[in-house]
Design a binder for this molecule. Structure first.
Ligand SMILES: *Cc1c(COP(=O)(O)O)cnc(C)c1O
Length: 383
């Protein structure tokens, strides 16, 4: 953890109660399907070391990460992995951890030792995992991912047909879930949604029985047909909107308050920042704030970002530089804008989705870019 509230340029407050409430809301919405949590990329930048234990305490039993290394980190956070052969049995109630990027050749023992389940994305991965099971002399759990419209990871139609024609290829594999991933779930009316659902259901008939898992955050809001037995929300847990066309039903999670370093008055016709992209149209008061693109405050917010001082919106003027940004605070009373005062950059007035919109990107990128220099405060009530 960097710095203190006193010394930091900006304070990032992460509301763990809101994350937990968001997970509970989704769990209720999808019941009787199980609600997992996607905590890849350090829980979307919010800190897996804080987020995963909070979700575990709330009853979350299944987690998804992207990489084997993230899985190893998460396993150590959730308690030591039981030793082999217990490691591959269901004897205890330890959380299931799925690795979405699958099995890297030669990493079988790393997965087994940390009790991680690969999401097998190809015939080659299936063969390698079943070979590891034969060497170990006992079945190994895993999920299989079938591609229904992303053309990214997962068994393409031809490989699925090959498995269906030779089911022995799966011997030694204890299939715990069949996954696919939606390409356009945030667009409710997009025809690809229904098409992927059809292809997914077809794939399920060609594989041994296992939990079906299709929905990410947005997929959950497409309705129960998309829930299967296991849903995989990520961004909605962290306050991002799962619906492109509607206000987010989720509680917001992140608040970013930065420090005003200096306030100065400039004459009309004076430039602000690199490239002189802002020229004052009148006498202006400019507040310089201790955040920049090195903190993940995207440079695309140059002349487009906004901040709030109290209840007043102030526009970002000039370019975002590495460590600093500048706001036109001319319209605010002088005594409300003083060095040391905080300015809200993400928070109740500026939801992460609206910051993303101003930056020309999505909430996912704003969250996962949140910088390492922020002093982080994790808010959690005693419950
Ligand atoms: C990242 C990811 C998710 C979570 O997606 P959100 O849109 O953040 O809910 C679910 N499934 C897969 C395969 C993913 O890669």
């Amino acid at each position: 953890m960097i710095g203190t509230v006193r010394t930091a340029g900006a304070v990032l407050t992460i509301d763990l109660d809101a994350i937990v409430d968001n997970w509970r809301m989704l769990r209720a919405q999808v019941a009787p399907a199980e609600c997992a949590a996607v905590v890849k990329a350090d829980a979307y930048g919010l800190g897996v070391a804080e987020v995963a234990p909070a979700l575990t305490q709330t009853g979350c039993r299944t987690f998804f990460v992207a990489t084997i290394d993230e899985g190893i980190t998460l396993r150590s956070l959730l308690g030591p992995a039981p030793s082999i052969p217990e490691a591959v049995s269901d004897a205890d109630d330890a959380a299931s951890i799925y690795v979405l990027n699958g099995l890297i050749a030669g990493c079988e023992d790393d997965l087994i030792a940390n009790r991680l389940q690969p999401v097998l994305n190809s015939l080659g991965e299936i063969d390698a995992w079943t070979a590891a099971a034969r060497r170990l002399g006992q079945p190994l759990p895993a999920a299989i991912h079938v591609d229904t419209g992303m053309s990214r990871l997962g068994l393409p139609a031809g490989e699925l047909a090959a498995v269906a024609a030779a089911p022995d290829r799966l011997s030694g594999l204890r299939l715990t879930a069949v996954l696919s991933h939606l390409a356009c779930a945030d667009e409710v009316a997009h025809p690809l949604n229904a098409g992927q659902l059809v292809r997914f259901r077809e794939a399920l008939t060609r594989l041994p029985p296992a939990r079906a898992s299709l929905a990410n955050s947005s997929g959950i809001f497409l309705g129960p047909a998309y829930h299967g037995q296991l849903v995989r929300p990520g961004v909605a847990l962290y306050g991002g909107s799962p619906r492109a066309d509607q206000a987010s039903p989720m509680r917001s999670v992140v608040r970013l308050d930065a420090r005003i370093l200096q306030v100065r008055e400039i004459d009309e016709g004076i430039s602000v920042g690199y490239g002189a992209t802002h020229q004052s149209a009148r006498r202006e008061r400019i507040a310089t704030v201790a955040v920049g693109y090195a903190d993940g405050y995207l440079r695309s917010l140059s002349n487009r970002g906004t901040g709030y001082i109290g209840n007043r919106l102030v526009p970002l003027v000039g370019r975002v530089s590495m460590d600093l940004i500048t706001f036109d605070v001319s319209d605010l009373p002088e005594d409300e804008v003083r060095p040391g005062r905080p300015i809200e950059l993400i928070g109740p007035h500026l939801p992460v989705d609206s910051v993303a919109h101003n930056a020309g990107t999505i909430a996912y990128e704003i969250l996962t870019a949140l910088g390492a220099r922020y002093h982080r405060v994790y808010a959690r009530s005693d419950r």
